[in-house]
Design a protein around this ligand. Sequence first.
Ligand code: FES
Ligand code: FES
Length: 1009
Amino acid sequence: MRLNLTINGNALSYDAAPGDSLLSVLRKLGYYGVKHGCETGECGACAVLLDSKPVNSCVHLAAQADGHQIETIESLGEYPEQGWKTTAGLHPLQAAFVESGAIQCGYCTPAMILAASELLSNEPNPTEYQVREALSGVLCRCTGYLKPVQAVLRAAAVLRGEEVEPIGTSIPVPPGWIPGENELGKPEDEIFSPNEQPIPPGSVVTPMRVMPRIQMAPETETWHHVGKPEIKVDAIKLVQGKPAFAADFEKRGMLIAKVLHSPMAHARIKRIDVTRARNLEGVAAVLTWQDIPRVVYSTAGQSDPIPGPLDSFSLDHKVRFVGDRVAFVAAENEEIALKALELIEVEYEPLQELFDPERAMQPGAVIIHDETEYVNFAESDPTKNLAAQIRIDIGNVDKGFAEADRIIEGYYDVPKVQQVHIEPHVVITYWDEDDRLVIRTSTQVPFHVRRQLAPVLGLPIKRIRVIKPRIGGGFGGKQEVLIEDVAAHLTIATGRPVIYEYTREEEFIAARSRHPMRIHLKTGIKQDGTITANAMYTLSDTGAYGCHALTVTGNTGHKGMALYVGDGPYRKAPNIRFYADIVYTNHPPAGAYRGYGVPQGFWALERHMEKIARELGLDPIDFRLKNALRTGELHPFSTAWSEGREPRPETIETCGLEECVRQGRAAIGWDQKFGSPAWRLGAGQPHLRRGIGVALVMQGTAIPYLDMGSASIKMNDDGSFNLLVGATDLGTGSDTVLAQMAAEVLGVPVQDILVYSSDTDFTPFDKGAYASSTTYISGTAVVRAAEQVADRIRARAARIINKQAMGEQINPEDIALIDRQAIAPDGSRISLSEIGHDAFHRVDQEQIMGIGSYVSPVAPPPFAAQFAEVTVDIETGQVVVDKLVMAVDSGVIVNPITASGQIEGGMTQALGYAVCEEMVYDQAGRARERNLKDYHIFQAHEMPELTTLFIETFEPSHPFGVKAVAEIPIDGVAPAVGNAVFDACGVNVDDNPITPEKAWRAIQQGNLV
Ligand code: FES
Ligand code: FES
């Protein structure tokens, strides 16, 4: 059917099929700022303005837009500089999103800006509540919505012609600073609490100050670029909706791939007939296990050797979960591909199913992996359904228990939850002009994809090129070689380009998730609160495949159980036990998810510590700090475990935990609220109880002696630099912080560092984005490369200056690089552009370049104190989280805006883990949650107040003193909320999320106070 559309003011005609969605038509027309995040109208990533009203174009037929005006993000703003042409520059909303750090991965950004523009065109002076309502239809998994809200309020002020405060003022606070609670100077009950009551019109309670508070390390005082709120290097393209993501790519003759997923949880494929599918017109290929080589591998994107069993095939004659792969199809369009799936005939021989992890190792349990090709790693044993096993004893745990006055035990459960990156997994594969296979994919681990897929595809590594463009969030879900092989097999089969993009339902039924676990804790304590021994046993359900089984669950103990070593003599000789069994079941496989096993451990540990403190009548904070790890002590697990490799003792050089507690408790008003009946009962109504809770947490920074990052830098003749890194920016801002470090060493603005990342042909190797390692590992590699370049610049500058000068000769080492200049101690100077030009065109010509690599011998932990304030409705069990405060020691903060965005976004993900997110399966192993309506993630209008405090320490193992920041915010929210619920009404919920039903049942059965 012929449609007349007016898009961004341009009238055009388009031939659409009757069922075409507006989303698909707009993308086919090249409006790539319109994103796909689901197919059911729930994520809002596809929002456009139709006759000036926001609509979700995925659930809007193109035919419905016939004769109407459509606006996409491409209608707003222009790149601020276009050579000789004067441009209007960015729209104030786009500029505010860029300046405020409201963009992380940027996948939701176009839709957010369109929603905000519609609001501001009707309401130039919106309240915060109106802004949050306007943004509520667009899900963001990265930001926690705080900075987008600030950006919209800022843009509104600009559009009203008001002066706005520059971003970047008012960060540093002196050591010893205590901010006090409620810095806004407003009465407590005016603080934003959207679930209680709307904000009064005209009020803005989210501070307009974008910068977080930072107690700065003194070493950072003289730096120019590290520690500063530099704008993200990719922000301007993302805010304009430029075609930056994996799917925003055109290739003539591209086929659409689809996968037939198993409806059975455990079965053999007795017969599979694809004749009718292959004969369907428009089908280019149908592949089953009979058509491709049988190569066993692991889908876990990890360095070699992969610390887990090899137990997966691209396609197999057995299925092991509902959602497992049965066949691949490539067709001319999606409709034909889906039709072909229906025409595939499969006869299954059902096998006994195993869903209960407790039964997995019992005699007589059905064996899920009986294939002969299975390759063991360490203690894995498929005959016992054991994907991995861990047995760690530090000190003498039995002696420690014997020395205790009390032994307290508890069981804790954590659910399976989803990463929910708004960009689904997507890959495009094609043969290039040299018949090399190009894989353009939304991955966190491009180099691992290349290495791991080579044998699966029967290609040498040198014939594969993996490109990682911008990624719409990953959170560990894209640390999996999950879909690249599907498209690649189909490109090999057809010779044609292929795109395979998960639907949201596929994300829920076939992608990876957080490992659910049952955790037992047993702790020996002396009457004064000294921990004498601590033991954890974890039963972890890895699902049908053992990807990340060992390492995720290893971290459950390695991080959580390391935090509390005990006091007095136990500090030097702690008694800690961590045992774990990671078992196969017929659930969908678990895998990597931000935090990587650590949130599970801290849910159990920090709920348990709270119970111990309460039972012994100890102050929960004092008790924790009394036993917590301190600077100068050995990381207890470093003597006992290293993800299946040889352990090497490691000393904690920096631990800002006590200061985090001090500042965090002041920020949330702990001393006024904790133990105060007036505050607890003062929520305004008799059925409401307030509570306050705390959790202390630690993470790691990278994987020592294993994961390598590298970088190269070359100088251009205008004094700018190309920085090439294999590191993978998922939206976290890692490209930006790497550029900041290079800029600091080279003495140039960040805008002079042109970053190109993650292309296996052009950038040096990097292990990828996981384990919170990029700023630390890849950052050190960048510094090493930059120092080589700086040395060459200084040498050349000294030669030029010495030639010009008649006096004393200048030593290259004495030259400083500042403000695009090389400056000698006597003040003589030469610009970097002159040096670059000299190097290319004048004397002793050379390409000034540097390359650096780094593997760390240590993994310095960041530490944090997480506080939560809740209101519990004791009649309904509803738990409303009112406030989250996180005080973090992540070493030196390279970019306060991107780093605080990580904390806000991480806390928001963790908030879902605390109160609502959970994946549940029926008795046949079918997922209950298959869309973003049934699986709820927090929206802009549901958020509590978020506060981030950075307590800097200077980690000596990094040139700029950094430690990790990305994962730690996800560790402590759930237990802090659980502890706050206990504080509010005196009942324990030991299995998260704390849904209203669970809280209500606990209240009914418990001793309500
Ligand atoms: S892509 Fe349209 S709402 Fe998700
Ligand atoms: S920035 Fe919103 S989804 Fe990533």
